[in-house]
Design a binder for this molecule. Sequence first.
Ligand code: CUA
Length: 311
Amino acid sequence: MLPLVLTGCAGRHNWLASAGAEAQAVEDLFWVLILGAAVIWSLVIGLAIYAHQTSAPRKEPQARRFIVWGGAALPTLVVGGLLIWGMVILRDITAKEGDLTVRVDGERWWWRVIYDGPDGPFTTANEIRLPQGQTTLFRLTADDVIHSFWVPALGGKMDMIPGRETSLTLTPLEQGNWGGICAEYCGGAHALMRFDTIVMPPDDFRTWLAAEAAPAEIAADDPGWQVFLDEGCGACHTLRGTEAQGPVGPDLTHMASRERLGAGIYAMTPENLSRWITDTDRMKPEVDMPAYPHLSGAELEALVTFLMSLE
Ligand code: CUA
């Protein structure tokens, strides 16, 4: 049964291949529980078979000793030990102040991510970058319905509840791109509500943070920027430092620097972006963004080139 159940555990969503301190603590507890349970189960079954096969009656003091040690003392020791260990782990993984604080809001069906930049808070979306070996405190909330924030390889998960703030601490230890998912059914595109969690060396992270905090670099005469304005993209999306200040959809200030689009589901390529703009519903059913199939070939190309320049 175990291999069958574990066939789903592979790749970057594998919580049994921990890449963070909090996930490691839970994984250790899991293996001790599984292996310990296997040992105790074998012992009980072995004794049952033995009892079934021996017909000689037991002497009473021997039976009483067995009941006291095997039935009371051993379980008390094992369960008590697990309780204490579990409480130590709980203390270690409970949210606490970190080297860094990131706010994440769950939206249908994407993630609004707010960092403290060098000049104050700024917003990005659907990709979280973290410094390796440092502790990050996540402050979580939701805009509409209950979501759940989970990066299986790093730790978690934690519900995101409208009108209430929950928190979670993650200490990534290994560099890499660890997948994040929404772990609470939240509507039609729940399964497509994903994000990337990119763990990088602290120095690289600081460089990235400074670049990400900067406003968008736009040439006023860029034809794609004109299409962006004419089609009213700025009513929903923000490009920091420009007149586009829409708060509804993901912030696009440095969208081309992200690895994926559509909340962690498609590679960030010009082809996928074109399809996203003209065929949004098919790329992600039930998404709020309307499709723009009426754009001419030249307009679409200009818009995609412009958006892909926002690094
Ligand atoms: Cu958000 Cu499921």
